[in-house]
Design a protein around this ligand. Structure first.
Ligand SMILES: Cc1ncc(COP(=O)(O)O)c(C=O)c1O
Length: 401
């Protein structure tokens, strides 16, 4: 009755976290803080409420699969400015599909891109380990073989394109990358992204690059996969963005995870097929939400304020944690990735002694061929609160470590 191929979906990181922490009662009198989930605790720009109200007469409309021309244009303009793309590089009608946040398309893309067989065998999905759990869930649902690529300190916490065997590449239908990476906050540069794009084109697989942390960065704006396509010489007259799909969201950029708004962009053939899938299986963004999201892609003020807040959080972390638990200041994102020796044990102790919920790194990774889980020594700390709260939280954390 139940598809047992999906049994591993029960291995959901936050379910495991509840199983670990719910039986434990914190002994600390401090207010509990949830540094386990990457959910911004500040508010999105207030103007979205006005925009939603102004468009309230549209709640009676079924949302169109591809949003509105104004939304797709705002996205194309943002991509062009953010990644310094040539004018006309992104065609808003062929290269952009609006989506309700990035989780749904990250999952659904597997249904669009994975054939019954590839390279004479079972299709492969390449997934970094550790990484966001949705990639492996998608591979499982699409009945592909998941090949995990180590994303460890040895390779700047990003999978090495040269580490994949030719046999595996020939069967690869889809490869997920995440840069800036969750959980570690490292960034692949243009040269790195170009290597993956060349590999994807050579072996004809889709490169799915999750860039949902692209706007939360410290010193320099992270490179993007479409920027790498432009650097490879793609252009409107050639075959622009072949084999490449990027994922963006307003959840982190504008602190609006509740809005459910984002886009995917890239290869026109994949976009067209994804657009068809929406008509069967996906929930397009409602029109008042599309209007608010259009305004958010055109807003930069709140994004700059957000960046400043996260930078100050990292200043606090550097002051309180430098020299402890392998602390490093990541290039991007809002997570700390601390080498605490045994992530699960320290997570349980932090909850008990300091009322801080964190996420054991091992819950985001799988054991390698030698049975070693590359995330197990780590703890992920989401620095999603304001500076005063983070000062308190990281002080508690430093004392407990
Ligand atoms: C790496 C990564 N990708 C995608 C998502 C999905 O976010 P959303 O669906 O809100 O865009 C998250 C959420 O935490 C994430 O961490």
């Amino acid at each position: 009755m139940i598809n047992d191929r999906l049994d591993a979906l029960a291995d959901y990181p936050f379910r495991k976290l509840s199983a670990l922490l719910d039986p434990i009662k914190p002994v600390s009198n401090d207010a509990p803080l949830l540094l386990s989930v990457g959910e911004p605790q500040n508010q999105p720009p207030a103007f979205i409420n006005e925009v939603i109200q102004e468009n309230g007469h549209l709640w009676n409309k079924y949302p169109p699969a591809l949003g509105t021309p104004a939304y797709r244009q705002a996205v194309a303009d943002w991509l062009t400015a953010r990644y310094k793309l040539p004018a006309g590089f992104v065609d808003p009608d062929r290269n952009v599909v609006p989506v309700p946040g990035s989780r749904e398309p990250l999952f659904m893309l597997a249904l669009v891109t994975i054939p019954a067989a590839k390279g004479g065998g079972k299709p492969v999905v390449l997934v970094p380990s550790p990484s966001y759990h949705v990639y492996r869930g998608a591979a499982l649902a699409a009945n592909a073989e998941t090949v995990y690529l180590p994303a460890t300190a040895a390779t700047n916490f990003l999978p090495d394109p040269e580490s994949v065997s030719r046999e595996v590449l020939e069967r690869t239908a889809l490869c997920y990358l995440c840069t800036p990476s969750n959980p570690q906050g490292t960034v692949g540069d243009v040269a790195y992204l170009k290597s993956w794009i060349k590999l994807a084109r050579e072996h004809d697989f889709v490169l799915a690059v999750d860039e949902c942390y692209a706007e939360i960065y410290d010193a320099l704006p992270p490179a993007g996969a479409l920027e790498a396509c432009a650097a490879l010489g793609d252009g409107p007259n050639g075959t622009p963005m072949d084999n490449v799909v990027v994922f963006h969201s307003l959840s982190k950029r504008s602190s609006a995870p509740g809005l459910r708004a984002g886009f995917i962009a890239g290869d026109a053939k994949v976009m067209a097929r994804y657009g068809e899938l929406i008509g069967y299986a996906c929930t397009p963004m409602p029109l008042p939400i599309v209007a608010a999201a259009t305004a958010l892609w055109r807003d930069e003020d709140h994004v700059r304020e957000n960046q400043a807040m996260y930078r100050r959080n990292f200043d606090i972390a550097t002051r309180l944690l430098d020299g402890k638990a392998g602390y490093f200041r990541p290039q991007a994102g809002f997570f700390l990735w601390l080498d605490v020796g045994d992530g699960e044990a320290v997570c349980a102790r932090l909850w008990k002694e300091a009322a801080i919920r964190s996420l054991p790194g091992g819950y985001m990774a799988v054991p390698d061929a030698n049975g070693v889980n590359p995330g197990a020594p780590y703890l992920r700390i989401a620095m999603v609160y304001d500076n005063d709260t983070m000062e308190d939280a990281l002080g508690r954390l430093a004392r407990a470590l």
